[in-house]
Design a protein around this ligand. Structure first.
Ligand code: HEM
Length: 142
C-alpha cells in the first residue's frame, strides 16, 4: 500500500466506524446476494459476527504501518477460517463485497482511488490470513 492509500483508508475509516452496524449488514447482504450458499457457513447472529469483522478491520487499519506485528494473529484467524470451510476463492468475493459496502456506507461514496486503497488493505488481510506473502508498503505494484 502506498502512503496515499493508507491516508485514504484512515480518513474514511473515521466515518465508517460511526456506521459499522449498517456497514456490516450491507456487507453480508451483498456477500450472500452474490453467493447465497455462503449463508449456511455462518451462525444465526449476524450482528455479533459483524461486530467481530469490524473489530478486525479496525485492527488492520491501525496495523497498516506495523504489518509484521499483525501477521501472526491474521494467520491464526486464517487457520480458523479453513476450519469454517472457507476456500481461497471466497477471499475475492469477500474483498469485492467489502469494497462495495464501504462505498455504499460512505455518505460521499467512494471514487476509484478510494476503492483501490480499500481493496489493497482487504487483499493484504486475506493474503496474511492465507499465509501468502504480502506486506503493507512493500509491494511495488500497490
Ligand atoms: C478480509 C478477510 C476476513 C476477515 C477480516 C474476517 C474476519 C472474521 C472474524 C473476526 C471472525 C470471528 C471468528 C474468528 O476470528 O475466527 C470471522 C468468522 C467467520 N468468517 Fe471471516 N473474515 C474474513 C474472510 C472470510 C471469508 C473469505 C469467508 C468465507 C465466506 C469468511 C467466513 C467466516 C465464517 C463462516 C466465520 C464463522 C462464523 C460463525 O461462527 O458463525 N470470512 N471472520
Amino acid at each position: 500500500m502506498t502512503a496515499r492509500d493508507k491516508q485514504l483508508v484512515r480518513e474514511s475509516f473515521v466515518e465508517l466506524q460511526e456506521v459499522s452496524g449498517p456497514l456490516s449488514l450491507l456487507f453480508y447482504g451483498r456477500l450472500f446476494g452474490v453467493e447465497p450458499g455462503l449463508r449456511r457457513m455462518f451462525s444465526e447472529d449476524m450482528a455479533a459476527q459483524g461486530k467481530k469483522l469490524m473489530e478486525m478491520l479496525a485492527a488492520a487499519v491501525q496495523g497498516m504501518d506495523n504489518w509484521a506485528a499483525l501477521k501472526p494473529a491474521l494467520r491464526e484467524m486464517g487457520h480458523r477460517h479453513t476450519g469454517y470451510g472457507v476456500q481461497p476463492a471466497h477471499y475475492d468475493l469477500v474483498c469485492d463485497a467489502m469494497v462495495w459496502s464501504i462505498s455504499q456506507a460512505l455518505s460521499g461514496g467512494a471514487d476509484a482511488e478510494l476503492k483501490q486503497a480499500w481493496r489493497a488493505l482487504v487483499d493484504q488481510v486475506g493474503q496474511a490470513m492465507q499465509g501468502v506473502e504480502g506486506d503493507c508498503g512493500a509491494s511495488p505494484l500497490m
